[in-house]
Design a protein around this ligand. Sequence first.
Ligand code: TYD
Length: 201
Amino acid sequence: MNRPYVAFEGIEGAGKSTVAQRVGVRLEADGVRVVRVREPGGTPVGEAIRQILLSHELAPEPWTEALLFAAARAQLAAEVVGPALEDGAWVVSDRSVYSSLAYQGAGRGLGIQKVRSVNEPGLLGVWPSLVVLLAVDPGEGLARQEVGDRIGDEGVDFQRAVAEGFTQTAAAEPDRFVTINTHMPLDEVVETAYREIRIRW
Ligand code: TYD
């Protein structure tokens, strides 16, 4: 297994952000230098693109959306993730290229392979080595979500398609994915994710 670039993934309301944050704290307590990132965003260029992507006032076409996510991600890879890994830090990410495969590839129906191929050139091999997929029922996840953004507000059928995209990709890349069912107390989800990471590094 290569460099410690761990992405937390899942549909809306899976609890990624909380779990990613707490796992980061656990790793730091072990003395690990952790760089935390979130997508879309994490750089000035990426945060500007994030505004376009998530605002309710704009309505980008599906391919525009996919390419903007890829653009924000290319910037993050070049400016933050790649250098952090080179420098020996661990990267803990709230979402990654795998969100694009699931949301744009499966959810928007653009095709998982096509979305993968527009992302690859900008990433120059900066790719998550472990994806922790937090699984939640789409209806339950939406009910848990506090404030929705433009994409998060697409509704339960869209969430189902996205969940299916994640499941499909996880099945195709079993060595890269760990799926954790979130039907257990938060502490246990955090502990399980932490252990899965520590088994590898
Ligand atoms: P965010 O504020 O990160 O919310 P969440 O807590 O759901 O992660 O919003 C990101 C939104 O953008 C979310 O609805 C998922 C979507 N998204 C994509 O559609 N494609 C992508 O490649 C990424 C990174 C996110």
